[in-house]
Design a protein around this ligand. Structure first.
Ligand code: ATP
Ligand code: MG
Length: 355
């Protein structure tokens, strides 16, 4: 009997549906090619249109619904007429926390034929995995505003760091580094200026590193890290940092590797008690929505990460090799300097599966 996986597909807003359609087509094709497993998809219509119709992004039983699935494939959320914090907190952050998806994994590499944007960077220099703390830190949602509208108005945005939260992400990062050939981890902090949370972060790195004697690790302040990524990219492999720091650094990384359109991510619950969620790094990109030109590689790569997480490692490799081949043959969208549209790139990737 082939293995069966139930997937929740949540295309969301903007180009989300266009790139998730592409990912579903590739998943269907690779499942068929492999013959070892089958995937069933349920479409969950949660996003900004759903919010406008019902007043909520996530239905009250939404989290319970999601727990019935083996994994979630997510497109993007956000609309021009809804403030970003409303959509972000209404859907994405409302899922990541309760589903305990505390590790956000963002691999970055430069595919063949894609020119890195910096002359300091050669394509083979970029093969990184970012591990972002995804449950606390600067996006803990703690803070408030007083004296609204007055000159003496005050707003606080409190970053929360817990020993438990730091230790679990640090272990995940060391495990990730240990699983890669170079066994190299860079820990990003800003503990020269942030005296409490990131000093605790520094202390816990020292403790956890003792559990992983095979991993070589070093520490970088986040500002110096931006320079190192551009000037000395080949010195990096696995990188771990806080919610805010890795959010920013991984966007820089995606741009260095060619386009945010190819960047993939996974929101992982390493305990496997809840389904993990796989999504392209880019947002809803309303400037190109409906034109059929969105780069589907970020979503397709994310779906390959989903296959790997489900245990279908061979099929993950098939998809990654197909992306590599399509790029090598210059079958890319405009953001990468190509001429193809979303459907043509998807077809090129599908026809490369197993070749
Ligand atoms: P969000 O607030 O959700 O992050 P955003 O508008 O700030 O959304 P993106 O939606 O990621 O950010 O878009 C940033 C830029 O990158 C836009 O110009 C967009 O057209 C471009 N872009 C994003 N995703 C893609 C893609 N898949 N293919 C091509 N271009 C893309
Ligand atoms: Mg953005």
């Amino acid at each position: 009997m082939p293995r069966e996986y139930k997937i929740a597909s949540m295309p969301g807003d903007g180009i989300g549906p266009e790139v998730i359609d592409a990912a579903l087509d590739v998943l269907d094709a690779v499942a068929q090619y492999s013959g070892q497993f089958s995937l069933s998809f349920d479409n969950l219509p949660w996003g900004s249109e759903f919010y406008k119709a019902t007043g909520t992004y996530l239905p009250s039983d939404g989290l319970e619904t999601l727990k019935k699935y083996d994994a979630v494939l997510f497109g993007a959320v956000g609309a021009p007429d809804i403030p970003d914090p409303v959509s972000l907190w209404g859907l994405l952050l409302a899922m990541r926390g309760p589903l305990q998806q505390y590790a956000n994994v963002r691999p970055v590499k430069c595919f063949s034929s894609i020119e890195p944007v910096s002359r300091h960077v050669r394509p083979k220099d970029i093969d990184w995995v970012f591990v972002r703390e995804n449950s606390e830190g600067e996006y803990a949602g703690q803070g408030g505003r007083t004296h609204r509208g007055f000159d003496w108005e005050v707003a606080t945005e409190v970053a929360i760091f817990t020993r438990h939260g730091i230790r679990r992400i640090m272990r995940f990062a060391f495990e990730t580094a240990a699983s890669r050939p170079r066994k190299l981890l860079t820990v990003v902090t800003k503990s020269n200026a942030q005296r409490y949370g990131l000093v605790l972060w520094d202390e816990i790195v020292e403790e956890v590193s003792k559990e992983f004697p095979d991993v070589k690790w070093d520490k970088m302040l986040v500002d110096a890290m931006t320079v190192r990524m551009v000037r000395n990219p080949q010195s990096l492999d696995t990188i771990v940092g806080t919610n805010l720091h890795i959010d920013i650094l991984s966007d820089l990384a995606a741009a260095l590797a060619g386009s945010v359109g190819i960047a993939a991510s996974a929101n992982i619950d390493p305990t496997r008690k809840s389904p993990s969620m796989f999504e392209p790094v880019h947002g809803s990109a309303f400037d190109i929505t409906g034109k059929g030109i969105a780069n589907p590689i970020g979503a397709i790569w994310s779906s390959a990460m989903m296959l790997e997480w489900l245990g279908e490692k061979e099929s993950c490799t098939l998809v990654m090799n197909a992306i590599e081949r399509a790029c090598a043959e210059c079958n890319t969208t405009r953001d990468l300097g190509g001429k193809l549209n979303t459907k043509q790139v998807t077809a090129a990737i599908i026809s490369s599966i197993g070749k």
